[in-house]
Every structure is written in structure tokens, then in C-alpha cells.
Design a protein around this ligand. Structure first.
Ligand code: ADP
Ligand code: ZN
Ligand code: ZN
Length: 837
């Protein structure tokens, strides 16, 4: 048998399957989706089996053997292998990059050089110094040892080790190893049958009282028990237990355990709530498509607090009842303990949680529960869309408008499109939920026609449109909170220079008196920490990138977020030597200081990148806030999403429009979404809520519409704008960024590139007689014109119906292969980009 293998060598030349011979011993282990080690060039690399065949493309005699299989159970399924091919074609990336994105980081191969000892004569050792002799004995005992390990253990012997390798006394091999191993636990097993324990207890000498304790314990608890737990419980040493094992009475084995990040948490089980009529209707539609196993995409537009989560939960239950599995995707920052609790509370151990705050080992173990079929539901951020289920029935994307569903590194996929692709394969349903659907999704959604539901369904399926489901009201008729717009310009005119307007100040004071809580949002984007000289206006910027340096108070240093360049905080201005150089802390830090000044004794919890980088920090802050140990929760975007605290009656947005000035065609949409989301945090329970939005552009339609909770007017206005300026959803885009250290070569290449794409389009049009609707804008310098000493130019390609554009871009990119190799030119392609920088 032969296998086609995609190897872990990401380059355009190796972006194709290679044939290998499967040695007979490995045949039972090699499947489509298996991870294997294969010889490639003069080393061993990791690869994925993407096909098995009886007849290879290349003369069989020339093929090398697969060196080994890395997992007993293939990490990928045939469906995921096929999906990988689709991701690589759709988002123009290497297939290996797509496949790697689907498995946990722990399985990403670590290539290691191993050293082993060749046979030697004892007499050869006579000349060695003691340290070297020790090293030899160590190698002898271990068999083979990672080179790194050897170097660290014997730091003074580097030269000598090198010499041994050169002389062939030590041999060197490559190995592939996972980054994280499985966790094993020593476990004590009672004998079979456990009744034997009684007999053994009789045979025990009287002075072995401790061993008797162990036997007694096992008699009353005849189950396997971790050794550590047993010794702790009985206050005996491990030796005592081992003694019993040595007699053959009990056994101690290594057992694999899962690292469970939620092991010590008790989730209170919740029962399904009786649905409101609106929820009932929405659930009905989803439920029908689940029962019929037809693929359908639903766009659930439900205002904040309308009970979308309950609909998700009951839909998942239905899916599980039908014997199928479900994935729930949420944006990373809203994957809060509260969110996890709601799903664990309903489905208990059937849920795996995947997010980046888990350790690599924990993440790997959660993922393995899925491959081993031990869980039926996966909840996680973007990459959980690749959860290796084989009977998927439902995929939910909560907050579907969130830009974090788009990956910014290769593979630059969008989780929504991947979800839909997978669901189509399984005949599964997709539910895209949001209070503020993205314009792209909204434009693709159609409302149900009550008179001809069935005929309508067919047309819908054919057109690949989404079915729109709406929930207009909050649960139990709770009102959406009133939103007051505060014009900061008139505050300034009246002499108020504080970052708090008078109305917001008064509202906070009121909450302090009533012992109610406040959420304050400061938009992170557009507000950064920077360093400026107050004498000459000079700002510190990175010497390698076209971007200001960011000040980090904790390390008293300034850093570049693009290349990692760092320098110590300067005492004087590098430009004019003035001492008036000021370090502006994060926006949130400044707000925190001001709060403390205005309201002495106020208790503030600040949540931003600085305060939440530690593991578990998120959880800690939110629990404190939930327990009312603080009056104010102050933070960036992360306080806007998904939080549900009964005592919050006031929400303040410090500056609503910091985003509006960014060079981003989605700026208005993002402003509207953020304001709507954060306003949704107030008055979700019995206490009524209130929202204050401070802004310098109160007349902007995104601010106006958000303050009236008016999604439809917003969408209407924004769609007009997009049409006028020709942006998505009225066109699709591909952003191609070229970078190089020298401007002249870069400009020339970028121009050739643009010309080539256009040429290919007209050649195609001449051949087929169909004119392409593609436009190529640029090349122009990128908004961030230099990163890591490389200049950047970009071309923006827009198109509408012509679906062959991406193929053409791929061809144009590969025609620059030689330049990429010889001149270290870089070309990056982003299909449906979110960041145009
Ligand atoms: P959304 O996700 O749409 O913002 P949630 O699902 O968080 O809304 O629901 C808001 C609140 O309403 C939650 O406290 C939830 O427990 C409650 N809720 C949801 N559905 C019902 C229902 N059918 N009956 C009573 N309370 C409900
Ligand atoms: Zn200066
Ligand atoms: Zn830099």
C-alpha cells in the first residue's frame, strides 16, 4: 500500500502530496488523517496522510518508506483532510498550514536531535576525565538523549561532544516529538477478585500495621485509586504500598489521565426553561432542520437579553437527542467563566472547552476527549470550528459579527465560512447569533414567507442564503435601557476638562449611594499608550517599523508591538533633550486614576490586557465583581461582551468615537456594534438600567442609531454608504501585501504584480468572451508602511461575481516564486480581509 503525504515543509514547491510506501507492519495504523514521520531530503519530518492508494504516481521502486506513525488514533478525520484542501484553496495558503491549524499546539511537531552512544571498548574510556565518563554512563543508561538536554547537563563539554559526533563515536538522529506529553498517573489496582484482600490481610505479619491499613482501605473501596491520593488519605508512604505490589497482591500501573481545567469546579445543573413565544418560534425552525438533517444556515438576530443562549442550549439538547454532536463558537474575550458555566451546567461532562487561556496540555486533553468520543459538545474560540467530531449536527457562532472569527495569520480563514462548509458536509445546521449581525450576514439573510414556507425553503437552499430568525424583545418584557448621548464638546465649552461629563459623574455617584454597580467601557482601539515630548512634540517610534512605541508601565520600557523591539524608558527627549517627556499610561489606567480622584474610596476593578494576562485573572476579576466587591468594572472591549450581572444598572462609554477615525471601512459598523453590546449589559434583570455615551461626534449615524437601539436604520444607512463606496457586501476583496527591504525593487515588483493580474483577466476574457468585473487598486504603500525593516506595498483586488479571481491571484503570486526565493521578497494574500493595514 502507498500513502500520499502532505509534509511539514511549508513552501510553494512542496505544497503537494508526496508518495510513500507503507511497510506491512504499519498498514493497520496508517489511515487518512494519520500523522506520520517520513524521510524528506536528508531528515525526518512530520506529515499527514491525505490519501491511500494501491498505485503510486511515481515508480514504486523509488519510493521511501513511511518511518513511523505518531498516534494510535489519527488526529484528523477524512472530512477534515478534505476541509484542509478547501481552506488552502479558498484562502490561498499551503495545505500543511491549513492542516496544522486544525490540531492543538501540543501536536505541532518539535524536531529534536537525539544523540546515542555507538559501541565502544572499555579501554577507550581510560583517557576520559570523570565528567566525560559520567556523560558516557548517562548515555548508556538512557539509550538516546536529546542533544539540548546533553548540552545543558554538561555545559563544559560542548566541544568534546561535538568531537565525538564528528568521529562517529556518538551518532546523531532526528526525532519528531510532541510539544506536550500525555499525563500519566500511578494508580493502585486491587486484586481480581477483590475478595483475595481478606486472605492477604490474614497473611500479613502483625507488625505491618500500615500495610494492613492499605489492604483494609481497598477492601472497603475495591476500586482503582491514584497512588498519591491513597498515601495522602492514609498517611502512609509510597514504599508501603509498593511493598504490597512487590508481593503481587495489588498492582500499580501508569494510567493516562486528562488534565481537566474545570475538575475542581462544581457546575450546578440547570434544567431547560419554558421558552417565550419568540424563543419557541425560533427554536421550532432550528429544531425542524435538525430533525430533517438538512443543511441550513440561520441568522438569529436577537436583541441583547432576548434569551439567545437558552435557544442555543435547547437546540444542542435536541441535536444530542438525535445522536449527533455540536460545536459552539464564541469570541475569545467572551469565553468567560459565566459562559462556560451555562454550557457545563446544562450538559455537564459532555462538554469540552477549548480556549487559549488553558495550558497547552489542558487544551490537548480537552481536544482528545473529542477524538475519543468522550464528549458531544465543544465550546471554544475560533479554532474550535475544527473540533474533530464525526457526527456533527449543529454549529453555533455566538456574536457572529465579531472580527475575531477571522484569523489574521495564515491560514487567514473565517470561522463562519469554515462552519458553513463543514455543516454542508454533515447535513448540519448553522446558527449565527447576534444582536448586531454583520452587514455581510444580514445582506445574505432572507425572512421567511409565511404563506409558502416549503417552496421558499428550496429557493433558499439553492441560493445559499441564510434564513433570518428574529427576537425583538428581551425576556419577560424587560425594557432595553435608555441611552443618553453626552456631547463632550459642550462639556469642554462649559469648562469641564475631566474625562467624565457631568451627567455620567452624577449617575456614578447615584449608583454609589444606592450600592448598585457600574460598567465603564473605554475603547481600546485608537487609544494607545505612547510617549511624547511636551516641549517639541516628538513621539518615540520604532526604528524598524512605521509605528509608535508603546509604553509598558510594569517593565518601565517602551516596546514595538510589531517586531518586539524594546528600549528602556528615556529620561530626556532624544530629539531636544528636554526633560518634559511624558509617558501616557493605558487609557484605562488614566481613567482609573481619575475615578479615584473624583470619588474617594471608590472600588474599581480594571480589566485590560495588562491586568488579565495571567492565567485565571479574568475569572478572578469577574467573580469579585459578581460578589459585589467592587463598585465599578472598568475595561476595554472585554467588558462589553456576554456578561450578565443583576446589580449592574449603569453603563458608561467614556469615548464612543475613538474608532471612527481609523482607516477601516467597518469603523461605523464596529462603533455601532460595540455601543449596542455594552449597552446590553445594563438592566438585564429586575433593576432597570441606564446608559451614558460620551462622544465628540454625537451626530454620527452609528452613535445616533445605537442610542435608539435602532439596528434597521443603521443597516439601511450603512448599506447605502457601502454601496456608494463599493465595499463589502457589495463586492468581495483580496488584499495582497508585498514586502521587501528595498523600496525600488518592491515598487517595481508590486507594479508588475498588479499588471500581471490585470493581464490574466483580459486573457481570460478574450478566451471566454466574458468580461471580468475585477478591479485592481494600487499598488500603494500600506497604511503601516514598514515592519521589521521591510517596506510594504499593497494591492486591493475587488470583484463581484467573477469567482475565478482567487485562482488568478494564486497564479500571479506563484509567478513570482523566483523573486521570493532569490530576493527574499514576501507576498501575503488575505481573502476577504478584515484589516486593511
Ligand atoms: P442574550 O444571549 O440574547 O443576550 P441571554 O440568553 O443571556 O440573552 O438571556 C438573558 C436573561 O434571560 C438570562 O438571565 C436568562 O437566564 C434569561 N432567560 C432566557 N430565556 C428565558 C426564559 N425562557 N424564561 C425566563 N428567563 C429566561
Ligand atoms: Zn523634545
Ligand atoms: Zn518595530
Amino acid at each position: 500500500m502507498y500513502a500520499k503525504v502532505i509534509v511539514d515543509v511549508p513552501s510553494r514547491q512542496t505544497n503537494r502530496p508526496y508518495d510513500y510506501f507503507v511497510p506491512p507492519a504499519l498498514i493497520p495504523w496508517v489511515e487518512v488523517g494519520s500523522r506520520v514521520g517520513v524521510p524528506f531530503g536528508n531528515r525526518t519530518v512530520q506529515g499527514f496522510v491525505v490519501d491511500l492508494t494501491k498505485r503510486p504516481d511515481v515508480a514504486a521502486g523509488k519510493l521511501k518508506d513511511i518511518a513511523g506513525v505518531l498516534d494510535a488514533h489519527p488526529p484528523l478525520t477524512p472530512e477534515l483532510v478534505e476541509l484542509g484542501r478547501w481552506v488552502s484553496r479558498t484562502y490561498l495558503c499551503h495545505e500543511i498550514t491549513a492542516l496544522q491549524a486544525m490540531i492543538p499546539g501540543a501536536l505541532k511537531a518539535k524536531y529534536e536531535r537525539l544523540v546515542r552512544l555507538e559501541p565502544y571498548e572499555e579501554s577507550e574510556l581510560a583517557f576520559l576525565v570523570p565528567r566525560q565518563l559520567e556523560l558516557i554512563r548517562y548515555l548508556e543508561a538512557k539509550g538516546s538523549v536529546p542533544l539540548d538536554d546533553l548540552i545543558q547537563r554538561y555545559p563544559g563539554e560542548g566541544e568534546w561532544i561535538k568531537e565525538q559526533i564528528r568521529k562517529g563515536r556518538f551518532s546523531e538522529t532526528n526525532s519528531i516529538r510532541d510539544r506536550v506529553g500525555r499525563k500519566k498517573l500511578l494508580t493502585v489496582y486491587p486484586p481480581e477478585p477483590p475478595e483475595l484482600l481478606e486472605q492477604y490481610a490474614g497473611e500479613l505479619p502483625a507488625r505491618a500495621a500500615r500495610q494492613k491499613d492499605v489492604l483494609d482501605y481497598l477492601r472497603s473501596n475495591p476500586h482503582p485509586v491514584p497512588l498519591a491520593e491513597l498515601t495522602k488519605k492514609l498517611g502512609v508512604g509510597a514504599g508501603t504500598v509498593k511493598g504490597l505490589a512487590d508481593k503481587g497482591w495489588i498492582s500499580i500501573r501508569e494510567v493516562e489521565v486528562f488534565r481537566d481545567p474545570y475538575a475542581d469546579r462544581d457546575f450546578r445543573r440547570t434544567a431547560p426553561l419554558p421558552l417565550t413565544p419568540e424563543q419557541e418560534k425560533v427554536f421550532g425552525s432550528i429544531s425542524r432542520s435538525l430533525t430533517n438533517s438538512v443543511h441550513r444556515v440561520f441568522l438569529l438576530h436577537g436583541v441583547t437579553g432576548s434569551g439567545k443562549t437558552e435557544v442555543y442550549l435547547q437546540s444542542i439538547q435536541q441535536c444530542l437527542d438525535l445522536g449527533r454532536e455540536a460545536i459552539v463558537l464564541v469570541p475569545e474575550i467572551s469565553l468567560t467563566p459565566q459562559m462556560v458555566e451555562r454550557f457545563k451546567g446544562r450538559f455537564g461532562d459532555q462538554v469540552a472547552v477549548l480556549h487559549s487561556r488553558l495550558s497547552q496540555g489542558e487544551r490537548y486533553d480537552e481536544w482528545r476527549k473529542i477524538t475519543l468520543g468522550q464528549v458531544k459538545v465543544a465550546i471554544g474560540a475560533r479554532s474550535a470550528v475544527f473540533a474533530p467530531f464525526t457526527r456533527l449536527g449543529l454549529i453555533i457562532l455566538d456574536e457572529e459579527h465579531e472580527s475575531s472569527y477571522k484569523q489574521e495569520d495564515s491560514p487567514k480563514y473565517h470561522a463562519r465560512e469554515v462552519a458553513i462548509r463543514r455543516a454542508r458536509y454533515f447535513g448540519a445546521a448553522v446558527v449565527l447569533g447576534s444582536a448586531t449581525p454583520s452587514l455581510e450576514s444580514y445582506a445574505r439573510a432572507a425572512e421567511e414567507k409565511p404563506d409558502h414556507p416549503d417552496a421558499d425553503e428550496e429557493a433558499l437552499a439553492a441560493s445559499r442564503k441564510y434564513r433570518l430568525l428574529v427576537m425583538k424583545d428581551r425576556v419577560e418584557g424587560r425594557p432595553l435601557p435608555p441611552v443618553h448621548i453626552v456631547d463632550m464638546r459642550s462639556e469642554l465649552k462649559d469648562g469641564n476638562r475631566s474625562m467624565f461629563s457631568r451627567p455620567l459623574y452624577n449617575a456614578i455617584e447615584q449608583r454609589l449611594q444606592r450600592k448598585e454597580q457600574t460598567v465603564l467601557l473605554l475603547n481600546r482601539r485608537g487609544y494607545s499608550t505612547f510617549v511624547m515630548c511636551r516641549t517639541c512634540g516628538y513621539t518615540l517610534s520604532c526604528p524598524h517599523c512605521d509605528i509608535s512605541l508603546t509604553y509598558h508601565q510594569s517593565s518601565q520600557a517602551v516596546r514595538c508591538h510589531y517586531c518586539g523591539y524594546a528600549e528602556r524608558q528615556a529620561q530626556v527627549c532624544p530629539n531636544c533633550a528636554s526633560e518634559h517627556i511624558r509617558y501616557f499610561g493605558t487609557g484605562t489606567q488614566r481613567v482609573e486614576e481619575e475615578l479615584a480622584k473624583l470619588f474617594p474610596g471608590i472600588r474599581v476593578i480594571r480589566m485590560d490586557i495588562d491586568t488579565t494576562s495571567e492565567k485565571g485573572a479574568h475569572e478572578k476579576w469577574l467573580t469579585q465583581f459578581a460578589n459585589q466587591q467592587a463598585d465599578v468594572l472598568l475595561g476595554t472591549q472585554m467588558v462589553a461582551k456576554g456578561l450578565d450581572f443583576p446589580n449592574v444598572t449603569l453603563v458608561g462609554v467614556i469615548a464612543a468615537d475613538t474608532m471612527l477615525n481609523l482607516p477601516d471601512f467597518r469603523a461605523a459598523e464596529r462603533t455601532f456594534q460595540l455601543m449596542t453590546q455594552v449597552a446590553g449589559r445594563a438592566g438585564r434583570h429586575h433593576l432597570p438600567g441606564e446608559v451614558f455615551v460620551q462622544t465628540y461626534t454625537p451626530e454620527h449615524y452609528s452613535v445616533q442609531c445605537a442610542s435608539r437601539h435602532d439596528f434597521h436604520s443603521f443597516v439601511h444607512t450603512e448599506l447605502e454608504m457601502r454601496k456608494l463606496r463599493d465595499y463589502p457586501p457589495y463586492c468581495r476583496m483580496i488584499l495582497v501585501t508585498l514586502s521587501h527591504e528595498q523600496i525600488p525593487l518592491l515598487v517595481r515588483t508590486a507594479e508588475t504584480f498588479a499588471a500581471r493580474v490585470k493581464e490574466m483577466a483580459s486573457a481570460e476574457a478574450a478566451r471566454t468572451g466574458v468580461l471580468s468585473d475585477m478591479e485592481v487598486l494600487g499598488p500603494v504603500a500600506s497604511p503601516i508602511s514598514r515592519i521589521k525593516d521591510r517596506y510594504r506595498f499593497q494591492c486591493l483586488i475587488k470583484y463581484r461575481k467573477d469567482t475565478s479571481v482567487s485562482e488568478r491571484v494564486r497564479e500571479a503570486v506563484s509567478s513570482f516564486d523566483d523573486l521570493v526565493r532569490q530576493e527574499r521578497l514576501q507576498i501575503s494574500v488575505d481573502v476577504d480581509p478584515y484589516l486593511l493595514m
